[in-house]
Design a protein around this ligand. Structure first.
Ligand code: SAJ
Length: 437
């Protein structure tokens, strides 16, 4: 009996052990879907604190509730001992694929995982990469490294790419209900991956290669980043023309076809959108292309916090105050509403850049009690101030993230100057000065 036949039999019998490498905002919901489909999961993470937290039924990801972890019982265990990667029959790799300060892909997490797999790979294993990567990575980098194991791909082991489509905080979908693109470069690999995901999700979308599946993912996210950059730029253009961009978008949204609304903001945060276009651009350049459009979108979004600060400085000037030594509060530092996730958050960028321009900064965010130093902002450590304290002590406040839990009527009533990047002040009676940014 071939390794493929044996693997498919174990998947269909739900006796296959499934490994999930990278237990973050993608790996944990994925593990949940796999467990719900009847499989046993062995989680892998290099951080022993994360492993320990999970083994006590506790989550450390703001969009993953403790109850999800606690509900897994004995169908889940986790380890930071990567040498145990020879145990699972199916291995799902969900490790970070960040970009560095030069906007080039940082493959360190991926390469380390590939090196571990190369060392312990055994016949019969299916390995699926889920992380967002430059098109071409699964086969030419990740798979090529694992080939060094000497095992014959598509006969003794199987490789596929299936992009994660996690939207943290969204409750209208789960992993099981989101169609799953699955790409492989050989029929045996495709059969193994399609059989596995067919047991996990309602709809598998098989495509002809790992390259197509990788490109589909970067298109999905680049589509968002580019359209957000478009409305961000139009916000600046329409402001100079005396046009309310929010009213324009509302009017355009009445078109029942051919239009999808995006909304301006102080920038683009999260684990994916700020970086994915640059993954595509890097891949394009290595094939001789130069997608100027994609890179321009990233630059426009990255410049948004500076535009917001210019409006803050203008508003303070109207009150006779310089930005230097002004007390400025940022309302909402999570990267999107009603979550506590601050990865690449525009709110954090605002705090750092305001401080660099001499302002005395504070913030209020009910979902983020502490802002810890990061590699990008090593000197930024703050605690969330109470809302009333923030409003009464600050010369200006910036609405950066429109959490439902913030009392926006109180903000409208008490703040001296409100710089609103999220359109939450519309229709409220403002006690002080209000500027859109
Ligand atoms: N944003 C805007 N204007 C908009 C939409 C978003 O400024 O009109 C900003 C948000 O405030 C946030 C950032 O962009 O800072 C990212 O927002 P997002 O809604 O794309 O949220 P993500 O990055 O957590 O989730 C996205 C997924 N979003 C949706 O499908 C709606 C999707 O692109 C990916 O499945 C997912 O990232 C991923 O992990 O790849």
């Amino acid at each position: 009996m071939s390794y493929l036949t044996q693997l498919i039999a174990r998947i269909e019998a739900r006796t296959a052990l499934v490994g999930v490498v990278g237990l973050g905002y993608v790996g944990l919901p994925l593990a949940d879907a796999v467990i719900r489909a009847g499989f046993q999961v062995l989680g892998f993470d290099t951080d022993p604190d994360k492993v320990g937290s999970l083994l006590t039924g506790r989550s450390y990801v703001s969009s993953v509730p403790h109850s999800m972890i606690a509900g897994w019982g004995d169908r889940f265990t986790a380890t930071n001992r990567m040498e145990q990667l020879d145990r699972p029959d199916v291995i799902l790799v969900c490790v970070p694929t960040p970009i560095d300060d030069h906007r080039c892909p940082d493959f360190s997490f991926l390469d380390t995982t590939a090196n571990w797999l190369t060392g312990v790979l055994r016949p019969g294993q299916l390995i699926v990469l889920e992380s967002t990567v430059p098109p071409g990575t699964t086969l030419s980098r990740f798979g090529a490294r694992i080939d060094r194991s000497g095992k014959v791909r598509s006969e003794e082991w199987f490789l596929a790419y299936s992009p994660e489509r996690e939207d943290p905080g969204r409750t209208t979908h789960t992993v099981a209900t989101i169609p799953k693109v699955v790409g492989a470069d050989h029929e045996a690999d495709r059969m193994a991956a399609a059989c596995f995901y067919g047991a996990i999700v309602r709809q598998v979308v098989p495509v002809s290669s790992t390259l197509v599946a990788e490109a589909a993912k970067v298109l999905e996210n680049t589509f968002r980043t580019v359209n957000i950059a478009l409305v961000n730029e139009l916000k600046l253009v329409f402001a100079r023309m005396g046009i309310d961009v929010w009213e324009v978008i509302e009017a355009a949204s009445t078109k029942p076809f051919g239009f999808m609304p995006f909304y301006p903001g102080p920038g683009v945060g999260g684990a994916c959108l700020p970086k994915d276009p640059f993954l595509l651009a890097w891949a394009a350049r290595s094939f001789g292309g130069a997608p100027k459009f994609v890179e321009l979108a990233g630059e426009i979004n990255e410049a948004m916090p500076d535009n917001v600060i210019d409006v803050v400085a203008r508003g303070l000037g109207m009150l006779g105050k310089p930005l230097f030594n002004a007390r400025v509060g940022v309302l909402g530092v999570a990267y999107k509403a009603d979550l506590g996730d601050t990865r690449s958050s525009p709110g954090i960028e605002l705090l750092a850049r305001l401080r660099d321009r001499g302002a005395l900064v504070t913030y209020h965010d009910p979902h983020v009690p502490i802002v810890e130093p990061t590699r990008r902002h090593p000197g930024l450590r703050l605690e969330s101030a109470g809302l009333k304290t923030c409003l009464t002590n600050c010369d200006a406040v910036v609405v950066a993230t429109a959490h439902k839990a913030i009392d926006w009527d109180l903000v409208a009533e008490v703040a001296n100057l409100v710089v609103d990047t999220r359109h939450v002040m519309r229709g409220r009676s403002i006690g002080g000065l209000l500027l859109d940014a």
